[in-house]
Ligand binder design. Structure first.
Ligand SMILES: [Zn+2]
Length: 745
């Protein structure tokens, strides 16, 4: 008699179509059951029983006594589960900030992969599924499609901190100090992250936190006045006089401001004490915020919340102190001095506020540059770019441009909410421009010249399918009850959500968010269409710009037609850049400069492997920013000496701002010797302690699609590792000799 080995074994006998999903499919949207979508997996016919393989003999021996096992087709989902459980699945590194090897990471992947499978099999309308399968379209965060989760949001911190909030398990009062306020900011980020799958951001954290610096200052001033003897209430006074003195103190404290010169004059000791204590408390608060945002996990899978904070334009002493402290804490680093991965920090650059000597926050801009040279953050947002000026209301910082760290941008709303906080992006789909380029370009050898007409028609189809997919998903999202995104709706993080009953669908409220259509591989698309990419040839650059302008017009037209906010995104393509090219190479073979690398170039970027000056790269990419109203970012790669060359960094950043780049960042490698803590560029040996990379771990920090990641050699997927290897660096010295950058000091 044989022992039935394990359930694992018996399940593998089920055939692809035999697993029935229960009848719980909702009927408020349509799908096509006949669509024969199959899962793409690495090819493996049989799966050795991993348990038997690891044990010594007993179970394996039992097999020997029975008939040889008949090879049965394994259901793709079962095979996928095995890949994840035994740690062989590529999805382990799909997201650079998720530890796919951990228990919680695997648990999360299992749920996620099932959810994708279910969506592909039972939800996606046939033409959309077909476009995905044909590698023309990519649906981001497909694992959240069926649930109707939304993407990202700018959080109205000002209101939450002022009114207090409930995490769901308990309520919090408005903070009375900057220390508590920053702790609450971390809690709010964490709570909100559970309501969405993308980023959570603060669009004006300096303004939001300034009032709590004041509260701390008043608290310290009270102590100072009391203990330093500058406010007297003597026993000799009558009770009435004592009461009057006490009342006067409360009035004084209620109106006390850090910037009040009279306070400094009348109570120099107490004022000096309060100032010093407030500075020290704010720094500690900032340090603990940054530590919290790098250590607390959210969602299944041990993911750190994807947090971004924008700041830099608040000119009050209190707001400035917040920024100064965040920068100082970032430079100081984490426990062992490591570079913090989160939050993504974005310094908002604005002429007249922080761009020239004499501007009130120019000193903060210099500190931001210094911090960026050491820690890669902050990035730089351009408030003066024409695209970002459109909805600015003077005096209302909630209308100032800010961005999710990954680049997502939401300001305009056809329903009038033209401010940032309280809304976000709902979802986005990306078009594979390269495939269209190959089909209609000169590279296949079929056409003597590019078939631009055919290309446009195919692009129109893709745009339409991308829009239909967003609309289909939007209907699923809008049908979800408020309680599904509990914190976000109950606390009104999404503006108006607080008015919904828990079972009420979020419906109409979501119309204020954006539906974004993204694109990838403009460079390879141009190469395939015309034989050159837009960095190589000015005519091709014109064509490329026309193409992106056309896509933006198409998004605007979709907005009119569907009365929703469609926008164009320069896609940050983390897992996607390798997927598209792998499938295209299978189909078309290796095409020079098109499918011959392991990745497609991000959005409209000039390829990282193309040799070009920093200024020229900026000039070529800048005009594209104007059309990408759902967000774009440009990078310049510097070598490891960037950290010692602040003047070069200032020139590059300001040149990018002048060229109207909307969101900008400088990449440079930061290696860290884990033996001695030395940071900088480290080759095979640490220059400080001499350790070899074969003996001690050298952590190599790099940026991937807007986010930093701990060590690119272990956390990046193979396509992104290849891209990092190919990145050509500009040298600090040659940058300052670049004639364009010299002309614009
Ligand atoms: Zn060392």
């Amino acid at each position: 008699m044989t022992i039935q080995p394990f359930e694992l074994q018996t399940n593998t006998t089920s055939k692809p179509k035999s697993i029935q999903v229960d009848g719980s499919r909702s009927d408020h949207h349509t799908y096509d059951d006949s669509y024969p979508f199959s899962y793409h997996l690495p090819h493996r016919h049989t799966q050795p029983d991993p348990i038997a393989a690891r044990s010594n003999t007993s179970v394996a021996d039992e097999y020997e006594l029975t008939d040889p096992p008949v090879e049965q087709p394994i259901h793709p989902l079962v095979e996928l589960g095995q890949h994840i459980i035994y740690g062989e699945h590529e999805s382990a590194r799909e997201n650079a900030n998720l530890n796919g090897d951990s228990f919680s990471g695997k648990m999360s992947r299992l749920g996620s992969e099932y959810s994708k499978w279910y969506t592909e099999q039972h939800m996606l309308p046939a033409p959309i599924a077909e476009a995905v399968r044909a590698n023309r379209l990519y649906i981001h965060d497909l694992d959240h499609y069926a649930l109707g989760t939304t993407n990202c949001i700018f959080i109205p911190f000002e209101r939450l901190l002022c009114q207090g909030f409930s995490s769901g398990n308990g309520s919090l009062r408005t903070p009375n100090s900057i220390m508590t306020a920053m702790a609450q900011v971390a809690i709010i980020f964490q709570c909100q992250q559970n309501s969405q799958f993308g980023g959570v951001a603060a669009n004006k954290l300096d303004y939001d936190l300034a009032p709590y610096v004041t509260r701390s200052f008043r608290k310290h001033l009270r102590k100072g006045l009391h203990y330093l003897g500058e406010w007297h209430r003597t026993a000799a006074q009558s009770p009435e006089l004592q009461q009057a003195t006490a009342d006067a103190l409360e009035r004084l404290l209620a109106g006390a401001e850090m910037s009040d010169a009279r306070l400094a004059k009348q109570y120099p000791l107490a004022y000096g004490y309060a100032l010093e204590e407030t500075r020290s408390e704010t720094f500690q608060a900032a340090e603990s915020l940054i530590h919290n945002l790098n250590t607390m996990s959210s969602r299944g899978g041990g993911q750190i919340p994807f947090t971004s904070i924008n700041y830099g334009t608040c000119t009050s002493l209190e707001g400035r102190l917040v920024v100064e402290s965040l920068l100082a804490a970032t430079v100081r680093g984490l426990g062992h001095g490591e570079t913090p991965i989160f939050p993504i920090q974005i310094f908002k650059c604005k002429r007249g506020i922080n761009q020239q000597p004499g501007d009130p926050n120019y000193d903060l801009f210099l500190k931001a540059i210094d911090c960026s040279s050491k820690r890669l953050y902050p990035n730089f947002a351009n408030l003066d770019a024409p695209l970002n000026l459109e909805h600015v209301v003077p005096g209302d910082p909630d209308t100032e441009f800010a961005t999710m760290g990954c680049r997502t941008r939401v300001i305009a709303d056809r329903f009038g909410r033209n401010h940032l906080s309280g809304k976000g992006n709902l979802s986005f789909n990306t078009i594979n421009l390269v495939k269209l380029g190959i089909d209609y370009g000169v590279h296949q050898g079929l056409n003597a010249e590019a078939d631009e007409h055919g290309f446009r028609q195919a692009l129109d189809q893709c745009m339409e399918l991308a829009a239909q997919a967003l609309l289909h998903r939007y209907r699923i999202q809008a049908a979800q009850p408020a309680k599904a995104s509990d914190f976000m709706m109950r606390e009104g993080i999404w503006e108006g959500g607080e008015q919904l009953a828990p079972d009420e669908p979020v419906g109409e409220l979501l119309k204020h968010g954006t539906l974004s259509i993204g694109f990838i591989g403009l460079a390879e698309c141009m190469k395939a269409l015309y034989g050159k990419h837009h960095g190589e040839d000015s005519h091709v650059h014109e064509r490329a710009l026309e193409l992106i302008a056309y896509m933006r017009q198409a998004c605007d037209a979709l907005s009119e037609r569907h009365r929703l906010n469609f926008s164009l995104m320069a896609t940050p393509a983390e897992g996607l850049s390798g997927k598209f090219v792998r499938l295209d190479r299978q189909h078309y073979g290796s095409i020079d400069g098109v499918t011959d690398r392991e990745y497609y170039t991000n959005s409209f970027h000039v390829p990282v492997y193309y040799e070009i000056s920093a200024a020229r790269k900026i000039q070529l990419e800048a005009p594209f920013h104007h059309y990408c109203n759902a967000g774009a970012i440009s990078y310049i790669e510097l070598d490891g000496n960037a950290r010692h060359n602040a003047p070069a960094m200032i020139r590059i950043v300001q040149y990018a701002l002048e060229q109207n780049i909307s969101y900008f960042s400088i990449n440079h490698p930061i290696d860290r010797c884990t033996a001695c803590g030395h940071e900088g560029m480290i080759g095979s040996h640490c220059p400080a302690c001499g350790s070899s990379e074969t003996d001690v771990h050298i952590a190599r920090l790099r940026r991937v699609t807007g986010y930093l990641t701990g060590d690119y050699q272990t956390r990046f997927n193979p396509a992104k590792q290849a891209e990092v290897r190919d990145r050509l660096k500009h040298h600090g010295e040659t940058v300052t000799q670049d004639e364009h950058l010299r002309l614009h000091p």
